[in-house]
Design a protein around this ligand. Structure first.
Ligand code: PA5
Length: 398
């Protein structure tokens, strides 16, 4: 993938502001390299054989895999799953649950699962997140009614902290298969852990994804340059950053991007609000605001160079799509909206893996440029505390 910042450089760059932030490069690189939570810069991938072995067993005994997790233990897997499964047609069904407290959703899911054979992968680093715990206990109860203890051992897979937490205790006690989320990798930086690689092994080549991820980590300088651009734009009133893609299949990927930047830098009254749009759909709703409204936005376009060609009225739709994308950028620039392009040559696990680690670097650098710590999320704890108080659960369900 490559960063194309030429429009910003030509039309919006303020040299003094850019240099002010660019000059902090050594300091910011050092901060990242010396932080304990930087395990995602060199994540272990020695457990792939086990992933394939458990995956093959699940495919042989189950009609679907139910994955229970939320936030960083959910979004990257869901993002890649949506991007790499077809709109129509057959693929192994992975159901993502536990992302809300919707009784309607859970009731319908339990009703669907009662008559089919399935396996369950519960994913939680802490082992005690409320939504995950509630959903897991409901589905496990159903499984206990359907399956023997021996059968449960073939169907329940737990992904959690290597040593601590209730789920790790359950693994030790029950002998379920398990994968680890390393202590030094936080949820939104956990793409290259079993939390995502195991569910994704059902639908894509995870080794290509891994290759791309490590390639993306080499793009440090470009990632820093992008972080400097967005930090500088913030000083000129660009309080929100709109991530744009051109196919609905990218929707959940953009949700992951929003979590990545939102949880990383939205602290201490600082940060850029990440928002997202899918074109051309949203051009017919929020496009008016972007073009003509309050100038609080900058935009980042994810541009895919090669998509399937399809001839309609003697024109290739994939080329029309690229033409429209360029035209939209020109129009938005004329409306004084700064635009940056992140270009991938095609939608492949390798290219998107590369894009992802590039964005992770950029998010971490952005945090340090704001002088905030990129790898915690104290704000998320506030609602959890409030819920615990109201449910009268003390500190039980963190
Ligand atoms: O990015 C994060 O750290 C969060 O979004 C967590 O991943 C999320 O709260 C889920 O936590 P856990 O994996 O402990 O269940």
């Amino acid at each position: 993938m490559k960063l194309d910042a030429s429009i910003y450089m030509e039309k919006f760059k303020d040299e003094d502001s850019y240099q002010k932030y660019y000059s902090r490069k050594d300091e910011v690189f050092k901060k990242l390299d010396s932080d304990y939570m930087n395990g995602w810069l060199n994540p272990p991938v020695h457990y792939l054989e086990k992933i394939y072995q458990v995956r093959d067993r699940v495919i042989s005994n189950s009609k679907c895999l139910v994955v229970v997790g939320i936030g960083g233990s959910f979004l990257a897997a869901k993002a890649f799953y949506e991007l790499f499964t077809p709109y129509f047609g057959e693929h192994f069904n992975v159901i993502f649950a536990g992302t809300s407290l919707s009784s309607r959703y859970l009731k319908e899911l339990l009703n669907y699962l009662k008559d089919i054979d399935f396996s369950l992968n519960v994913i939680s680093k802490s082992g005690s997140t409320m939504e995950t715990t509630i959903t897991y206990s409901a589905i496990k109860k159903l499984m206990e009614e359907k399956y023997s203890e021996d059968e449960l051992k073939k169907r329940i897979i737990i992904t959690t902290d290597p040593v601590k937490g209730k789920l790790r205790e359950e693994v030790n006690h029950m002998g379920y298969d398990s994968f680890e989320i390393p202590d030094n990798i936080g949820g939104r930086y956990s793409l290259l852990t079993a939390a995502h690689l195991f569910p994704l092994s059902f639908v894509l080549n995870i080794e290509e994804l891994i290759d791309g991820y490590f390639e993306g980590l080499k793009l440090r300088d470009d990632a820093f340059c992008y972080a400097v651009i967005r930090r500088s734009l913030f000083d000129f009133g660009r309080l929100a950053e709109n991530f744009v893609a051109y196919d609905e299949k990218w929707s959940f990927y953009l949700e992951w991007v929003k979590q990545l930047f939102g949880e990383t830098e939205g602290k201490d009254g600082k940060g850029i609000l990440p928002v997202s749009m899918i074109h051309t759909k949203d051009l017919h709703s929020l496009g008016q605001f972007v073009q003509d409204g309050n100038k609080i936005l900058s935009e980042v376009f994810i541009k895919v160079k090669k998509t399937p060609s399809l001839e309609i009225n003697h024109k290739d739709l994939s080329k029309v799509d690229l033409l429209v994308e360029d035209a939209v950028i020109s129009a938005h620039v004329s409306g004084y909206v700064p635009c940056t392009v992140l270009e991938v040559s095609e939608v492949s696990p390798k290219e998107v893996g590369e894009l992802s680690s590039f964005l992770m670097l950029a998010a971490a650098f952005s945090g340090f440029l704001f002088y905030i710590y990129p790898f915690d999320q104290p704000g998320v704890e506030v609602y959890k505390e409030e819920v615990r108080d109201r449910l009268g659960q003390g500190n039980e369900n963190k």
